[in-house]
Design a protein around this ligand. Structure first.
Ligand code: RIB
Ligand code: CA
Length: 313
């Protein structure tokens, strides 16, 4: 089976970094056509920097990295330095990138790539707020039908919110963009907190990263050591939740995940529940299903895959 050809849209973020590394370590299953940065965990200049830092850590200066939207469609940017640190990639000391950003805007790259490639051959993998994706769909509605699928990290239902009582960060930052994507009709697979909170970097798992004994293994151990603080303090978690790597792991071994094809919509009006994703998990409405919403994870299998692949870099 040929590799899935993907565009990673991202706001690195330590967990984004691990997701990108997993993708770049898996050329049999994934071909990364480009990485588009969006404002989210930290402002755009830093997410665009961090995406290149990660590519260089993986020895992949060839990957096109492009900067996208610097703020949400209709709201002020909310960032998450309290989770990811001032740089967004706190933890390891990594060199400043020397590879350049591409000149084109990320949104134009998304549009032009989808128009240039055969329909149904490019998968979009958003790991941050959906601003770039929604802007591309608004700018070029014709590309929606050309998308093979969207596998995104975002939302929550049973797990409720991590940035507010009701909302998960990626959706909360740009609920208007999330609404456009959820209503787009593109085939959607959603990795909400319901599943990503089962991908916890416990101490033995962190030690397994460190035991790889390479710069990548050490960097991932140091990244997850740093960004576990927030979830440990808030939830009493056993370690950092690897939210975004659930997206790229799904492309490699979908059988690690389980979920339901249900209707998922997002709150865009009430400030009380702004950005809340409402999943009709029990089928109590007549709203048409639009997304495979994940809830189950084979965590040992996930970490075995991740550790084995990171050791390849
Ligand atoms: O809520 C978790 C999500 O928000 C992850 O994608 C993390 O990187 C942040 O973007
Ligand atoms: Ca992210």
């Amino acid at each position: 089976m040929p590799p899935r050809r993907i565009i990673i849209d991202t706001d690195p973020g330590q967990d984004d970094a691990v997701a990108i590394l997993l993708a770049l370590a898996s050329p049999e299953e994934i071909e990364v056509l480009g990485i588009t940065a969006v404002a989210g965990n930290v402002p755009l200049p830093l997410t665009a920097r961090n995406a290149r830092v990660v590519c260089e850590l993986a020895g992949r200066r060839d990957i096109p990295v492009l900067a996208g939207c610097e703020r949400p469609l209709g709201r002020a940017l909310v960032t998450a330095e309290h989770v990811h640190g001032r740089t967004g990639l706190d933890g390891p000391v990594l060199p400043e990138p020397t590879m350049p950003l591409q000149d084109a805007h990320a949104v134009d790259f998304i549009v032009e790539t989808l128009r240039a490639e055969a329909p149904g051959t490019v998968t979009l993998c958003p790991l941050g707020p959906l601003t770039n994706i929604a802007t591309a769909f608004r700018q070029a509605p014709d590309i929606v039908d050309r998308v093979a699928g969207i596998v995104l990290m975002g939302g929550a239902y049973f797990e409720v919110g991590n940035i507010t009582p009701a909302a998960e960060f990626n959706i909360y930052v740009d609920p208007e963009a999330a609404d456009i994507v959820l209503r787009s009709g593109a085939p959607l697979t959603v990795m909400p907190l319901d599943v990503t909170h089962k991908a916890l970097v416990t101490r033995p798992r962190n030690e397994a990263f460190r035991a790889i004994g390479t710069p990548v293994g050490r960097a991932v151990a140091e990244m997850t050591d740093f960004f576990e603080r927030f979830d440990k303090a808030k939830y009493g978690s056993e370690g950092a939740p690897l939210h975004d790597p659930c997206v790229t792991a799904y492309l490699i071994r979908p059988e690690l995940f389980s979920g339901r094809f249900v209707n998922v919509e997002v709150e865009t009006v009430s400030e009380l529940t702004m950005g809340m994703t409402v999943a009709d998990w029990w089928g109590v409405t007549d709203r048409a299903p639009n997304a495979t919403f994940m809830g189950g994870l084979d965590a040992p299998g996930f970490f075995a895959l991740l550790t084995e692949r990171l050791a390849r870099l």
